[in-house]
Design a protein around this ligand. Sequence first.
Ligand SMILES: [Zn+2]
Length: 159
Amino acid sequence: MIKYALVCDASHEFESWFASSGSYDLQVKRGYVTCPFCQSPKVTKAIMSPNIGRKDKALAPTDQPANDTGAAPVAQPQAMALLDERQQALREMIKELHEKIIASSDDVGTAFSEEARKMHDGETPTRSIRGKASFEEARALLEDGIPVMPIPDLPEERN
Ligand SMILES: [Zn+2]
């Protein structure tokens, strides 16, 4: 038996055992060897895989998890940094929005649901209000077509 590391025309890497190199040639020629990922019969030998550990990572541009147990999860510290920056920007945006809502709306407290409904029904003039509503109340308002939205919470403001 001989083990070959194979690669398909879509750059998927996989391994397969053959009785001999002649058997490999024959099976590939007949299209019996297919890529386990995309079923492509267009496979070629990537590199012979003797038992000395895998050093063929450079051949895997797509980083497919394959049946390659030696592959470590891809760590991308740079992507993390970008995410942090974006989260920071998002946080700033939320904070700004939060402040705008607070500054431009009347706090009606627990009467929020009632007030929102009154405005929607035309009983009181429309204005921006904020207050407290239970999840059920908020859902009922939304179901009635009253566009309420939760004010985003800012963790640091709880300090
Ligand atoms: Zn493939």
